[in-house]
Design a protein around this ligand. Structure first.
Ligand SMILES: Nc1ncnc2c1ncn2[C@@H]1O[C@H](COP(=O)(O)OP(=O)(O)OP(=O)(O)O)[C@@H](O)[C@H]1O
Length: 788
């Protein structure tokens, strides 16, 4: 009885059309692997051994494995036994049906004609195709696939036919052909439809499928054989799974199955050529191969034509390419813009530093110029000395600024060069990108706005910095200037008190006071402290109504600064009864130093057109010049500073004033002996005249105790309120004293000093005429006599 191994249905694969898939491929055919079996002729060895045939080809599609042999006559005791050979095992007589079966007489060309030649038609239609030869060693795989010169294998014949086909299609298709060792990649484009079909033809000559032990190899060869077998075993597993329709196919079990993945279960038309030997020597291998082939024949394939719409693909390709190019442009530009941004910020920072440095340099130079000018105008040795001492500091600062400036300049140039290069590169990228893709304009705009923002930010920071410095400058100047109106007012009132303030002076004074509100000044640059404090603006109220007094919180500092200032009474006439330290000074009140060098005269005196009456500074200059004293140079027209007259000057004498203090007030003490004061004073000949440095006090309100004083009150600088009401005043405690007279006096002999002091044309005449100013509501000179 003939057994049939379950094979594919006869009559060839079913072919069915299908709709195009999403990928552009066309589901075209559902088929099984085409399995053909080739039985080679017996080789000489097999013939010589007179082995029986294990495979019998029935027809082009059927073979019988282990066919029934013709019974040979069996004789037992000389008698032929009927059909019974007990020494022989029963034949299997397995009948296999395949897509094609080739007998020993079949040539390679026959195989080609019914396998790959037919398959090439599918290949040219766009199907992937694969052929692999399977079989035991020596079964004829290589002979079938490669062949010989005389008998070229199906690979050669397939290639030959392939190129022949290509030639026939050349009019309407373009072909790109690539070849690899085991695979041929035959790509084509339909010229009319722009349809592209990319197909692959795999032609595989597998290793022998026999058991490793059967090879007789040992060592490395055995291992190699075992690995080969392992691969083939994997192939067998895959084939079984595919045949069973399993969802999971273990292609990854071996390299072989990975390579054959497409050919076995993918989008591929596959032909398996199973080579077998007819000899019974290869009985087991042939049996295994045939079983293998039979299983493979059950594998269903789902083939798709690898067709893509060339036009559709092209448009998509163009779009994708453009997007990619734009993306690349953006990446390039952004990268360069980042570099440019860093350089630009650095450049702007350097430029900002330059501006700040220039401002500071300018302020310092101006401050120094101011000091130098002061020294020049005053011709005062101490001031000159101060200025001289300041000069190295200024020079050091100038050198420092110069170095910093040079450094910044060098850094600026270097950074600018880098920035400019980056700017040009960026601009070039902008231009190129926009010329290719104008719609990148928005992107470019945004980047350019970033640059503008950087500039705005830098400008803001610079403005803030400059404003901060200038604000500090203004604050310092405001503080400085706050002395001036008080001093000016004091002097003005003194003059007015002595009836030496003509209307023109009054008008000028008023004008100057107005201007003082908007005056500008300087400060030491190194006193500017950088900070982010809130900016304080000048308030004209600060100038108009300075409510500040000397800050006595640190007596040592004050002592050092003013050398125990003793102030004249300005409202009670009772100067001697006051604590010299805690007696505060009111506007317009002359100051007496402990060394008795007392009177302060402001520089504005010389500008007053007083002719010969009250131009005391000029007259003092005249008097000094008349003494022919060397090295004394007082420019009466440029007396910028206040100065102090010498202690030899007759001290003010207080008139006898009867003050009736309230019972709650301390009893007025006796007047101090002026002689004692003079004796305590500094001997102007011993060069101990002190330079009183400018003192800046903090603004604190001072409220003078209300004292009911009888009217009229005599005494210099009385501050008794106008109209007889005691006045409560805030006191300007900031004053600026330069010891000029001391310096001058040091150059004079005693007689010369006396001459100057007693020269009534040098301004002191005015104080003698106290009667004329006693009626002045603000400054009332006390009764006095010039001491001789
Ligand atoms: N159809 C055929 N006609 C004539 N000779 C054949 C045929 N098939 C195979 N042979 C011969 O059989 C021998 C073995 O064949 P081949 O080398 O092709 O086997 P194979 O399966 O490729 O072996 P291996 O697995 O070792 O490569 C060779 O000498 C070859 O010439």
């Amino acid at each position: 009885m003939v057994k049939f191994e379950k094979g594919p249905p006869l009559g060839g694969p079913k072919i069915s059309k299908a709709a195009p898939s999403k990928s552009g491929s066309t589901l075209d055919m559902a088929s099984h692997i085409k399995v053909v079996v080739r039985v080679r002729p017996m080789c000489e060895k097999e013939k010589n051994q007179n082995n029986r045939t294990a495979v019998e080809v029935v027809d082009e599609q059927m073979l019988v494995f282990d066919p029934k042999e013709e019974d040979r006559p069996f004789f037992y005791h000389g008698v032929q036994q009927p059909n019974k050979n007990f020494l022989k095992r029963a034949n299997k007589e397995l009948k296999f049906v395949f897509d094609h079966v080739y007998s020993q007489d079949a040539t390679n060309y026959d195989v080609f004609e019914t396998t790959t030649k037919e398959m090439l038609s599918s290949l040219m239609e766009g199907y992937n195709c694969s052929v692999f030869a399977y079989g035991a060693t020596g079964a004829g795989k290589t002979y079938t696939m490669i062949g010989s010169k005389e008998h070229p294998g199906i690979t050669y014949l397939t290639m030959e036919h392939l190129f022949y086909s290509i030639n026939s299609f050349e009019k309407d298709r373009e072909f790109d052909i690539g070849v690899s060792y085991i695979e041929v990649y035959v790509k084509m484009r339909y010229k009319t439809s722009n349809q592209i079909r990319i197909v692959k033809l795999s032609m595989i000559d597998l290793a022998g499928s026999e058991r490793a032990s059967a090879t007789g190899c040992i060592g490395e060869r055995f291992k190699e054989g075992a690995n080969i077998n392992k691969s083939l075993l994997s192939l067998g597993n895959c084939i079984n799974k595919l045949a069973d329709g399993s969802a999971y196919i273990p292609y990854r079990d071996s390299k072989l199955t990975r390579l054959l993945k497409d050919s076995l279960g993918g989008n591929c038309k596959t032909i398996m050529i199973a080579n077998v030997s007819p000899s019974s020597l290869s009985y087991e291998d042939t049996y295994n191969t045939l079983k293998y082939a039979a299983r493979a024949n059950k594998i269903q394939l789902s083939c798709k034509k690898n067709i893509v719409d060339g036009n559709m693909k092209l448009s998509q390709y163009v779009k994708i390419t453009e997007e990619l190019k734009k993306k690349e442009w953006r990446r390039l530009i952004e990268s360069e813009e980042n570099v440019f941004g860093v350089l630009e910020e650095r450049l702007l920072s350097i430029m900002r530093q330059q501006r700040v440095l220039a401002l500071r340099q300018r302020l310092r130079t101006r401050a120094f110029t101011h000091v130098a000018d002061l020294a020049h105008r005053s011709s005062c040795e101490p001031i000159n000395q101060t200025c001289t001492e300041d000069l190295p500091r200024h020079e050091r600062a100038a050198e420092h600024y110069s170095k910093q400036s040079a450094l910044l300049e060098a850094t600026l140039m270097k950074t600018w060069t880098e920035w400019d290069t980056s700017r040009k590169t960026l601009q070039r990228l902008y231009n190129e990108a926009l010329s290719e893709f104008p719609d990148l304009m928005d992107f470019v705009d945004k980047l350019q706005q970033k640059s503008e923002l950087r500039h705005v930010k830098a400008r803001d920071e610079l403005r803030h910095k400059l404003l901060l410095i200038e604000n500090q400058e203004i604050n310092a100047f405001t503080e400085y200037m706050s002395e001036m109106p008080a001093m000016l007012k004091k002097l003005y009132l003194i003059l007015k008190g002595y009836d030496r303030a003509p209307p023109s002076l009054s008008a000028e004074y008023t004008e100057i006071m107005k201007k003082a509100k908007s005056a500008k000044g300087i400060t030491w640059d190194d006193e500017v402290k950088e900070s982010d404090e809130d900016i304080k603006f000048i308030s004209t109220m600060d100038i108009e109504k300075p409510s500040i007094s000397l800050d006595y919180s640190n007596k040592d500092d004050i002592n050092d600064a003013v050398n125990n200032i003793v102030t004249e009474s300005d409202d009670s006439g009772d100067v001697e009864n006051r604590d010299p330290i805690f007696t505060l000074k009111r506007k317009g009140t002359p100051v007496k130093l402990k060394n008795n060098e007392t009177i302060i005269i402001n520089d504005s005196i010389d500008s007053v057109d007083m002719d010969n009456q009250c131009n005391s500074a000029k007259k003092m200059k005249k008097a000094i010049n008349s003494l022919n004293t060397e090295n004394i140079c007082i420019d009466a027209n440029n007396l910028n500073s206040t100065f102090v007259l010498a202690n030899k000057m007759e001290p003010w004498k207080k008139a006898s004033v009867k003050v009736e203090p309230k019972s709650t007030l301390p009893v007025k003490r006796e007047l101090i002996d002026r002689t004692n004061i003079i004796n305590r004073g500094v001997n102007i000949n011993d060069n101990k005249a002190k330079i009183v440095k400018p003192v800046v006090g903090r603004a604190i309100p001072f409220r003078r105790p209300v004292v009911a004083l009888p009217r009229p009150v005599t005494g210099f600088g009385s501050s008794v309120g106008r109209g007889g009401t005691p006045t409560t005043r805030n006191i300007q405690g900031v004053f600026h004293v330069c010891v000029l007279w001391s310096c001058v006096a040091n150059k004079l002999t005693d007689n010369q000093k006396k001459a100057v002091v007693n020269d009534r044309s040098v301004g002191f005449k005015a104080v003698r005429t106290r009667e004329r100013v006693q009626t002045h509501p603000y400054s009332r000179p006390t009764a006095f006599n010039m001491r001789k």
